[in-house]
Write a protein that binds this ligand. Structure first.
Ligand SMILES: [Zn+2]
Length: 74
């Protein structure tokens, strides 16, 4: 997949009704540019040490007020 194609699937909201059990995604903090590969399953992200899901969005622990960007199916 090209970078351009990946960017077209960029979002800040986790998918709820996606008919797949789980997918690989990349979360990117808009503030400090930290990124981490994560697994998303039925709208829930597998928690990591630095990234946490709040509602349908993912936030980094650096204190960023903006939700992380999510790149799907990378
Ligand atoms: Zn951050």
């Amino acid at each position: 997949m090209t970078l351009l194609a990946a960017r077209e699937r960029e979002t800040v909201v986790l998918p709820v009704s996606r008919p797949v059990l789980s997918e690989d995604a990349m979360v990117i903090c808009p503030k400090c540019k930290a990124m981490q590969s994560v697994q998303i399953s039925e709208g829930r992200m597998t928690p990591t040490r630095k990234f946490a899901q709040i509602g349908m969005r993912v936030f980094h622990d650096c204190g960023s007020e903006k939700p992380c960007r999510i790149l799907h199916n990378i």
